[in-house]
Design a protein around this ligand. Structure first.
Ligand code: PMP
Length: 413
């Protein structure tokens, strides 16, 4: 039975329940897998979770101390301006110059409830119904939903493991139409860990400028790059893009602060003004105490992320090696973030413990049910046939979890 929606004009409004727009939103698959794994763990099951997109480290003490001090200060019990604490905006300006080499002014910054709200408000501010947004796939599961909520139409541009999950200008150009308005650019990428080179970033940025397209560039994993890989910010290598470029960032991944909910968006003044107006009615300011914590994070150094990076890099090598030892699994070595995205196409259709998983979704369920390891299927990222595993978990858990998967898949006939 299909529930009546507002797209059924014959049904009286009073009999329709959920709006067509919001009713069409899918649950966040990554949060769903994580919730299931956490529930099993709480019930005492020895679950190993590769689902979470968050560092397994605590927030550094100096940041927590700043929040505790703010809690005791009545000034921090009040609203801040909707767009954020002026000191925090100044710190974001300074940090952006320090880390990306990009000079911006405070009135081009909006402090948001995490990178997620930054993305949501940016799309809401720049999209009109029917505007198409090119989204390189595998994509982070939030982008298409956020685009659709803003009335836009997500258009996936798929890259696979043979190109290291990187899209080319030619592929983007083939997907461009008269209705294309925005390109989403994420490097390092969630879910693949792929990082665009400076040359490719520049080529894509120039292509966008040539066609008058906007770019939403998500820089939340900027500090998590490995080997000799360098992060580059697209508006730095293509300054002509400045008037049509929106940058998303936040403290979640760099400072192990996912729960604090502080992110920001940097963009042209008119976009920031419109997005700030939207936020002023939706959520007002970000939690004042959390802003104080983010201020401490951004005005401090990068020791915390450097320490996490050493652990992530070690785990990255281990997980890639162990996955590639499993017959039927193919895992390119990611250069950034804390995810691997192996292809499991070589395993699908084979018999494992009485089942014959024919999709990555079925395989992920089987892995959770049979060996209590949580992974996110590629369906969540627009590309069936793959799994996403976060390696932001303890080294021993990582080895145990991949070992269980390997033993299970070794039974495939
Ligand atoms: N962008 C990307 C690519 C992400 O992976 C995430 C978190 N999973 C975010 C943005 C949002 O982060 P937050 O809302 O926690 O700041």
């Amino acid at each position: 039975m299909t529930a009546p929606t507002s797209s059924s004009p014959s049904v009286p409004a009073s009999e329709r329940r959920i709006s067509a727009l919001v009713g069409a939103i899918a649950e966040s698959a990554t949060l769903a897998v994580d919730a299931k794994a956490k529930a099993l763990k709480a019930a005492g099951r020895p679950v190993v979770g590769f689902g979470a997109g968050e560092p397994d480290f605590p927030t550094p003490d100096y940041i927590v101390d700043a929040a505790v001090a703010a809690c005791r200060e009545p000034g921090f019990h009040r609203y801040t301006p909707a767009g954020g604490l002026p000191e925090l905006k100044a710190a974001i300006v300074a940090k952006t110059l320090r880390d990306s080499g990009l000079a911006v002014e405070p009135d081009r910054v909006l402090v948001t409830n995490g990178g997620k709200q930054a993305i949501h408000e940016a799309f809401a501010a720049i999209l009109d119904p029917g505007d198409e947004v090119l989204v390189p796939a595998p994509y982070w599961t939030t982008y298409p939903e956020s685009i659709k909520l803003a009335g836009g139409v997500p258009v996936a541009v798929v890259a696979d493991e043979t190109t290291g999950y990187l899209v080319s200008v030619e592929q983007l150009e083939a997907a461009r139409t008269e209705r294309t308005k925005v390109l989403v650019f994420v490097s390092p990428s969630n879910p693949t860990g792929a990082v665009y080179t400076r040359a490719r970033t520049e080529a894509i940025g120039r292509w966008a400028v040539e066609h008058g397209l906007w770019v939403l560039t998500d820089e939340i994993y900027e500090h998590l790059v490995y080997d000799d890989t360098a992060f580059v910010s697209m508006p730095v290598v293509v300054p002509e893009l400045a008037d049509r470029c929106v940058i998303v960032n936040g403290v979640a991944k760099t400072y192990a602060m996912t729960g604090w909910r502080v992110g920001w968006v940097i963009g042209p003044r008119d976009v920031i003004k419109a997005a700030t107006n939207l936020q002023s009615h939706a959520t007002s300011n970000v939690c004042n105490v959390a802003q104080a914590a983010a201020l401490a994070a951004l005005t401090g150094d990068l020791t915390a992320v450097d320490t996490m990076k050493v652990a992530f890099d070690r785990r990255r090598r281990t997980i890639v090696r162990m996955l590639n030892e499993i017959p039927g699994v193919r895992c390119p070595e990611p250069k950034g973030a804390f995810y691997v995205y192996p292809s499991v196409k070589g395993v699908l259709g084979r018999r494992i413990r009485g089942a014959r998983p024919s999709s990555s979704a079925e395989l992920a369920s089987l892995i959770l049910d049979e060996v209590e390891v949580a992974v996110v299927p590629g369906e969540a990222f627009g590309t069936p046939g793959y799994l996403r595993l976060s390696y932001a978990l303890g080294d021993d858990d990582l080895v145990e979890g991949i070992g269980r998967i390997a033993r299970l898949l070794a039974e495939a006939e």
